[in-house]
Design a protein. Structure first.
Lengths: 503, 170, 100
């Protein structure tokens, strides 16, 4: 056993770095009270140190720690997205006024960002039900803490309470699904589950079929809650609106990426039939059409997200509903589960990273300036703060998926992957939904450019040079990736290798 | 009927009754005490399955640690009874029971017919696997990785709980 | 000999009772207790399967569930405390700044 641990450790350095960053940041925070930016810089360096170790990950899938954890190109891709998001969120936090008001506490805040990043990275590679449960809970518990971080703001505590109650409920439901899977197959290991199901002796009698169905439904409910799939989405708007905006951005991008990674790994490794991999159809247990069930969930999610977003007046809350809709789009790639679909999801996450973080950044700096996230208060911004307004417009157009922005390419590949697997109606629903989303994004643009400020105030709102520079830094990839997406696509296509038993 | 069988059904009844009492008592203190009864009944049921280690940790961790924390918070906040538990009807008081009944139907449909193969009787192995020695050995060999990750989770949760519960900074 | 289905039915019934409690009760602390109830009944399923299958993995995961339950309870109760300081109530119907 000890040699297995030592051999495994050499592939595990990025994760070890993150764990050490968390602990070191905490010790640093306790040792040097008040110097809170110091902790932030330490966490930033730790994340960067983990990031630079990622390229040396083995290009072939490896199973380490006795099958508990998988290192494969698939998880490495998601680790890039998660760690870079973590670094960007730390940088945003340096600037956030909302956090500065919470005097004295921001040091611990950075420690938890390290912990939650570590948990998410752990999620992408978990290949055992114990590890899936533990890593999801590590992320959930630290997210509850971060969502309730601005304690003096009542809405932050309330968001945290709602988050913790429904989060714990969903973990309980998911755990029940895991227990049924354990009873059916006698193992907690994902590849063991696959072997047991493939050998057929696990699914022979009537009850075991019912148990398998129930287990999948319960697991799906648990994962669906974490990525806010309708009908498990009800916590998302409240938590996203109530949490500090840096955390909202983090949850919307990195948390979603991590859960998609673990969900894809779970279904792909345990239930997906190897023989059918080229056509991309779920192994249907006695003709239950899983891709149809997922397709219906995906349609419900994007439709509800987009339609409810129309009625929102708070931009942060509107972005929450828009992130529900985006979960629906990404679920389309899980529906087909083909290699094309997987690479489309991964490409979409890169695009989503740039457009969503950009949009949240603009909402954050504007809220810090005018103290409001209300869309009506954005009137006349086009003249008063031109760079910020252009930035927000481009991010919102990108979220809609119109050319010439990154979002267009993301949606294009996602929809064509669905079409390639004969789900043409699903792609049409997706396109129609994008049209609906144009309506509410355009409302923000209309307020900024076509309407005057309420009191006729046309004095420019001055943002610091750093703010403008960050906005421009986010505009550039949003435009460039529309034309030069090829490297990202190639990288995504090379990264679809998921660890499977017998490899 | 062996002693074990009788013990199981008595404890199962105690478990269900105490669980029902937990969700119907207005006074949070009473609910907490019935929850402890439920935990102890479950510990007894674990013993009928020869799971000694789980039974002991059940009493130590759940009844001993978690419930002490809950009782402490209830007393600290000095909560009043939930007065209008059955009077004020909201959508929650209707949808909750209906959803739960649906869930119960799904779960019972699933588990009520489990039988056949190794499910006909308790494995003779169970005498050995439930011991502290075996669980400890498993935890530090095959499951040492999740064990270490669990320690990080507990560290994060501990620091987080302290920060959230601490009095607001000046 | 007790058939395994009796253990599993007991666990399913207790799981549903806990779930009903979460969905109907309004006191946040009682809701946390109901969640503990749900996690406990899942533990019973794991232990029952573990004993009948003769596989210790089911009892190991129970150990981890207990650790996580303790952590979750601590964080959840800390959030309740923080909220109570702000508004002197743990009734989740009073949590209404944010709409459903």
């Amino acid at each position: 056993m000890p040699d297995i641990i030592f051999q495994s450790t050499k592939h595990f350095w990025p994760e070890i770095t993150l764990a050490l960053t968390f602990i070191a940041a905490m010790i640093f925070e306790f040792a040097t009270k008040k110097r809170t930016t110091g902790t932030g810089i330490l966490v930033l360096l730790g994340l960067a140190a983990a990031l630079v170790q990622l390229p040396s990950a083995p290009s072939e899938p490896v199973s380490i720690f006795g099958g508990m954890y998988a290192i494969d190109p698939f998880s490495t891709f998601f680790k890039y997205v998660i760690i870079v998001t973590g670094m960007v969120v730390v940088l945003f936090s340096f600037q956030s006024q909302e956090l500065k008001k919470e005097s004295g506490h921001t040091g611990e805040y950075y420690c938890f960002i390290a912990a939650v990043t570590f948990g998410m990275v752990l999620m992408t590679g978990s290949s055992n039900l114990v590890m899936i449960y533990l890593s999801i809970e590590l992320v959930s518990i630290t997210s509850y803490i971060l969502a309730g971080f601005s304690k003096s703001l009542r809405r932050s505590s309330e968001a945290a309470l709602k988050y913790v109650i429904f989060g714990a409920l969903s973990s309980g439901i998911m755990l029940y699904g895991m227990s049924l899977i354990f009873g059916l197959t006698g193992t907690l290991d994902l590849s063991g589950i696959r072997t047991a199901l493939a050998s057929g002796h696990a699914v022979t009698t009537g009850w075991s079929f019912a148990a398998l169905m129930a287990a999948i439904v319960l697991m799906l409910a648990g994962f669906g809650y974490k990525v806010s799939v309708v009908p498990f989405h009800f916590w998302t708007p409240d938590v996203y609106e109530g949490a500090p905006i840096t955390i909202t951005a983090f949850l919307a991008v990195a948390s979603k990426a991590a859960v998609f990674a673990v969900m894809i790994r779970f279904f792909y490794v345990a239930f997906f039939d190897n023989m059918l991999a080229s056509t991309g159809v779920y192994s249907s247990f006695r003709n239950v059409d899983w891709s149809m069930i997922l397709a219906v969930l995906s349609v419900l999610t994007m439709t509800l997200g987009n339609f409810v977003a129309i009625w929102q007046d708070n931009l942060k809350r509107m972005l929450a509903y828009s992130s529900i809709a985006h979960a629906g789009y990404m679920l389309m790639g899980v529906v087909v589960m083909s290699n094309f679909g997987l690479s489309a999801i991964m490409l979409y996450f890169v695009m989503y990273f740039f457009m969503n973080l950009g949009a949240f950044y603009v909402v954050m700096v504007i809220a810090d300036k005018i103290g409001s996230e209300n869309i009506d208060d954005y009137r006349g911004f086009g003249k008063r703060a031109p760079i910020i307004s252009v930035g927000l417009s481009i991010f919102l157009i990108s979220l809609t998926g119109l050319p010439p922005t990154a979002g267009f390419v993301g949606k294009l590949f996602l929809f064509s992957s669905v079409m390639a697997s004969q789900f043409i109606w699903l792609a049409i629903v997706g396109v129609l939904n994008s049209v609906v989303s144009l309506y509410y994004y355009a409302r923000v643009l209309k307020n900024m450019y076509l309407r005057e400020a309420p009191d006729g105030d046309e004095s420019p709102i001055v943002f610091s040079k750093v703010t403008s520079a960050v906005v421009i830094l986010f505009i550039i990839p949003n435009i460039l990736l529309c034309f030069f997406y090829q490297p990202v696509l190639t990288f995504a296509q090379r990264s679809i290798a998921i660890l499977l038993p017998g490899l | 009927m062996t002693f074990e069988t009788i013990l199981f059904y008595v404890l199962a009844l105690a478990g269900i009754v105490s669980a029902l009492l937990v969700i119907t008592r207005r006074n949070p203190m009473h609910a907490a005490l019935f929850l402890i009864v439920n935990f102890v009944a479950l510990a007894g049921i674990y013993l009928t399955l020869h799971a000694q280690f789980v039974a002991i940790t059940q009493v130590l961790v759940y009844a001993g640690a978690i419930m002490v924390l809950v009782l402490f918070v209830i007393m600290l906040l000095n909560l009043q009874n939930e007065q209008d538990l059955f009077e004020k009807r909201s959508w929650r008081s209707y949808s909750g029971p209906i959803l739960s009944l649906l869930l119960l139907a799904l779960l019972l449909r699933t588990v009520a017919f489990v039988s056949g193969g190794s499910f006909d009787r308790i494995s003779p192995e169970s005498e050995r696997i439930g011991t502290v020695a075996n669980i400890g050995q498993q935890l530090f060999t095959a499951f040492v990785f999740p064990f270490e990750m669990a320690s990080l989770l507990l560290l994060a949760a501990m620091v987080g709980a302290v920060i959230l519960a601490k009095k607001r900074f000046p | 000999m007790i058939p395994i289905s009796h253990y599993l039915i007991l666990s399913a019934v207790m799981f549903t009772i806990g779930c009903a409690g979460v969905l109907t009760r309004r006191n946040a602390i009682i809701i946390f207790m109901c969640i503990e109830l749900m996690l406990n009944s899942v533990n019973l399923t794991f232990v029952a399967f573990s004993a009948y299958l003769g596989d210790s993995a089911g009892q190991i995961i129970v150990f981890f569930v207990m650790a996580v339950a303790a952590a979750e309870a601590a964080v959840g109760l800390a959030i309740v405390l923080a909220l109570f300081r702000n508004k002197k109530s743990v009734d989740i119907n009073d949590v209404n700044i944010l709409k459903w």
